[in-house]
Design a protein around this ligand. Structure first.
Ligand code: SF4
Length: 418
C-alpha cells in the first residue's frame, strides 16, 4: 500500500491519462496524499509544449526527487525527451503511462481495506472478497496493514455481487491481496466454489478474477480451471504473479511457491481452455538476484509467454526485511528491466497481432476511451478499442460482436460486425 502524490501538467489528454492512472492505483488500494513530503512515491505527468514548460518540468522533477523516496516521471516530455531528466541528474524513473500503476505497486498485492464495501465505477463493480493473505513476502509492506486472510462467507460475497449486478454492474472485478487463498482461514480454499455461485446470478455480466498467487491456486488448479471452462460469465483470465524464475530468489522473497507450482497452474489452464490470458508479474533486480537468476526469469517468460505482464524494478520499502539487504546497483536493475520489458513488448505484441482478422463474439464495452472511442474486453479479457463509438451506437454496458482490424502492443482495434 503506497501513499502517492501526483502532479499533472498540459492538455486534456494528459489529464485523462492521469485519471486512468489514479483509477488503477485506487483499485489496487493505494491512496493519494497532499504533498510529496507525505508520500512514498511522487508521479509527475509532464508536458513539453513550449521551452518554458520544459524548463518548469525539469525544475519540478528536481524538487520532487528531493522530497520523496521514489519519483516516477511520465507524460509527453518524459517519453519524447526522457534523456533531459538524466542530463539534469534527476533521480527519477521514466515510465510510459501504462507502467506507472505497476511501478507504484512494487510487486506487492493490492490492498483491500477492512470491511470494504463494493464500489460501482461506471459499469464496473469492484468486489473485495477477502482481506489479507497467507504469505510473509520479504519485500512487502502491505501485509502490515492487512494481516492474515479473513474470508467472509460465500453467501455474503454472492449477496454483494448480486447487489452490484442489480445496481448496473456489467463487469465484476474480484479483488483481494490473494484471491487464491480465499477460505484458507476456514480450512478450505474455495475460490472456485465462490465463482461458480456468482456465475449463477441472473443477468448479463462478466467476472474478472484478480491477484491469485500461484501457491494459493496450485492446490485447486484443476477445479478452478474447470469452473472457468464451464462458465462463460468468467473472463478466461488468470493473474498469477510469479515474480521470479529462480527458486533461490523466490525463497529470498519468501514467496511460498516454487517455479514448478506456477508451471503446473499454467498447464492446468492450458488443458482446460483453448483461448485464455495468462497475466503475471516479475520483480527484477531483487537484492539477491544474480545474472543466472535473471536468465532463469527470462527463460520462464519465454516459456510461458504471458499475454499480460507487469515488470517492476525492485525498490526498497521501509520496514521490510528486503530493505535491509544490500541492493543491486541502479544500472543493473535498469538493464534487466529494459531487457525484460523489450521481451514483454514482443510477446504481448505478438498475442495481439495474432488476433487481427479474427472475430470476437459478445465483447463487453467496459468504458469510454479518448476521442469517441470505447474500450471493450473479449472472453479472455483482451482489450479491444472501437473508434467512432457514437457512429456505431455503442456505449459502456453493451455486448458487441467485433472484427479485429489492427493492433498496438497492448491492445487491438476492432469494428462492430453488421
Ligand atoms: S502475498 Fe506477499 S506481496 Fe501479497 S500482500 Fe501478502 S505478503 Fe504482501
Amino acid at each position: 500500500m503506497a501513499r502517492y502524490h501526483m502532479e499533472t501538467y498540459g492538455c486534456t489528454s494528459n489529464r485523462g491519462e492521469s485519471r486512468e492512472i489514479e483509477r488503477r492505483l485506487r483499485d489496487a488500494g493505494h491512496y493519494r496524499v497532499d504533498g510529496a513530503e507525505e508520500a512514498d512515491v511522487a508521479i509527475l505527468n509532464t508536458c513539453t509544449v513550449v521551452e518554458k514548460t520544459e524548463r518548469n518540468m525539469l525544475r519540478r522533477a528536481e524538487e520532487l526527487a528531493e522530497e520523496t523516496a521514489d519519483l516516477f516521471i511520465t507524460g509527453c516530455m518524459a517519453l519524447a525527451q526522457g534523456e533531459e531528466f538524466a542530463k539534469a541528474d534527476v533521480d527519477g524513473r521514466i515510465l510510459h503511462w501504462d507502467e506507472v500503476p505497476e511501478a507504484v505497486t512494487n510487486g506487492e498485492c493490492p490492498t483491500t481495506t477492512p470491511d470494504a464495501e463494493p464500489v460501482l465505477d461506471g459499469v464496473v463493480g469492484i468486489l473485495p472478497i477477502a482481506r489479507g493473505c497467507m504469505s510473509d513476502c520479504s519485500y512487502c509492506i502491505t501485509k502490515h496493514a492487512t494481516g492474515k486472510i479473513d474470508s467472509p462467507s460465500i453467501e455474503e460475497n454472492v449477496e454483494k455481487a448480486r447487489a452490484l449486478i442489480h445496481a448496473g454492474a456489467k463487469e465484476i472485478r474480484i479483488t483481494g491481496q490473494d484471491t487464491g487463498v480465499y477460505g484458507w482461514d476456514e480450512g478450505e480454499r474455495k475460490l472456485h466454489r465462490l465463482l461458480d455461485r456468482i456465475c449463477d446470478i441472473e443477468g448479463d455480466f462478466r467476472v474478472r478474477v484478480g491477484m491469485a498467487n500461484p501457491k494459493g491456486v496450485h492446490g485447486i488448479r484443476e477445479e478452478l480451471a474447470a469452473v472457468f471452462a464451464e462458465n462463460e460469465e468468467l473472463y478466461d483470465f488468470l493473474h498469477a504473479p510469479v515474480q521470479s524464475g529462480s527458486d533461490d530468489v523466490l525463497g529470498d522473497m519468501r514467496r511460498q511457491h516454487q517455479v514448478q507450482e506456477y508451471l503446473e497452474v499454467v498447464d492446468a489452464f492450458d488443458e482446460a481452455l483453448d483461448y485464455w490470458t495468462l497475466s503475471t508479474d516479475f520483480i527484477v533486480g531483487f537484492p539477491t538476484e544474480t545474472d543466472h537468476d535473471h536468465e532463469q526469469s527470462m527463460a520462464l517468460l519465454r516459456e510461458t509467454r504471458p499475454e499480460k505482464l507487469n515488470v517492476t524494478r525492485f525498490s526498497k520499502r521501509p520496514g521490510t526485511d528486503a530493505a535491509d539487504m544490500k541492493g543491486l546497483g541502479g544500472t543493473i536493475k535498469k538493464e534487466r528491466s529494459k531487457e525484460m520489458s523489450a521481451e514483454k513488448r514482443e510477446i504481448v505484441g505478438e498475442a495481439y497481432a495474432d488476433m487481427v482478422g479474427e472475430r470476437r463474439e459478445d465483447c463487453l464495452v467496459v468504458e469510454d476511451g479518448t476521442a469517441d472511442s470505447v474500450k471493450c474486453r473479449d472472453s479472455a479479457y483482451r482489450q479491444i478499442i472501437v473508434r467512432n463509438a457514437s457512429d456505431h451506437g455503442i456505449e459502456p454496458g453493451d455486448f458487441v460482436d467485433l472484427e479485429i482490424t489492427a493492433h498496438e502492443t497492448m491492445y487491438a482495434f476492432g469494428k462492430p460486425r453488421s
